[in-house]
Design a protein around this ligand. Structure first.
Ligand code: ZN
Length: 92
C-alpha cells in the first residue's frame, strides 16, 4: 500500500516525508520517516512512548509536524546538526 499526502502544495508518498518533533521554541529535536505514523499523535508515540510524557509536551507547546524533504532540509537539518538559531540563543 502506498499512501500519498498533500504537503506544501505537492502530492507526495508518505514514505518520502518526515515527521519532526518540534520544541516550544521552534527547535526541531527529532525526526522520523513519514511512513512510521499516519497521524501527529502516532508520530508523537515514536518519540515519547508514555502517554504522560506526550500529554505534558503538548501542554508545554511541543508539536509534531509532517514535512517534505525540502522543508526538512530547511527546518530540521540545522537543528539536528546543532547549527540552528535556537541553540545559539540558548548558548548566548
Ligand atoms: Zn533549532
Amino acid at each position: 500500500m502506498k499512501l500519498m499526502v498533500e504537503l506544501d502544495g505537492q502530492i507526495l508518498p508518505l514514505a518520502q516525508c518526515f515527521w519532526i518533533h518540534v520544541a516550544p521554541n521552534g527547535c526541531v529535536c527529532g525526526s522520523s520517516h513519514g511512513d512510521q505514523a499516519l497521524t501527529a499523535d502516532d508520530a508523537h508515540k515514536v518519540f515519547r512512548a508514555r502517554q504522560r510524557d506526550r500529554d505534558r509536551e503538548i501542554r508545554d507547546g511541543w508539536a509534531m509536524r509532517l514535512v517534505t524533504r525540502e522543508q526538512w532540509d530547511q527546518q530540521a537539518k540545522p537543528c539536528l546538526m546543532g547549527e540552528c538559531e535556537h541553540r545559539k540563543e540558548v548558548a548566548a
